[in-house]
Ligand binder design. Sequence first.
Ligand SMILES: O=c1ccn([C@@H]2O[C@H](COP(=O)(O)O)[C@@H](O)[C@H]2O)c(=O)[nH]1
Length: 232
Amino acid sequence: MDSKVIVALDYETEHEALALVDQIDPSLCRLKVGKEMFTTLGTEFVKQLHSRGFDVFLDLKYHDIPNTVARAVRSAADLGVWMVDLHASGGLRMMEEAKRILEPYGKDAPLLISVTVLTSMEDVDLLQIGINTSPMEQVMRLARLTQRAGLDGVVCSPQEVAILREICGADFKLVTPGIRPEGSDVGDQRRVMTPSEAIQAGSDYLVIGRPITQSTTPVEVLKKINASLGLS
Ligand SMILES: O=c1ccn([C@@H]2O[C@H](COP(=O)(O)O)[C@@H](O)[C@H]2O)c(=O)[nH]1
């Protein structure tokens, strides 16, 4: 089974994260390590997940000058992660250098994707940082730039997936946080869809955190989501 779900391991402690990880089979999902756990636990935690057979998306959303970002991407490749990301708003040259530094890795290079517009943002948030356009327009602009730089895909909200699939084609990876099963708390997310809606729209991978990790029955929730996608 090729799992579509990437569980965002946003926990305070290694103990909490592994309590979930050790109940699930790697065929059920991939795992995402983000800023909280990486800052606390570093590369050793990623290695622990690898040793348990999981693909890891290292979600550190690099955003810096081209040389710095490219070198960080190379470190991620050396760590052996499955996917790594950077902010498209770092610009074309930054993305091109990050892609170029992965050339020696060939087929073993991680997928390199960009974050377009955070799924927590809506029109007013963009306006406040001087972007006078809709999230949809800005996502389209940054996805085109990402494709021009030769990256493998983007992080976007499920609401932009259908149009990006048309613009960017079938092979361009569309990775979508902002996933909320029916009835679950939206929290700080703004551009959301349910898991099955997102897959129907054309998402390749669904990033899901709190609806699973904050549940008292996380494994059941994960299995229920997989079942709703026809992946049980
Ligand atoms: O635009 C983005 C980019 C990344 N994320 C990350 O995905 C998860 C979502 O967690 P939930 O608990 O399901 O909201 C989280 O780790 C974010 O850092 C995102 O939400 N939006």
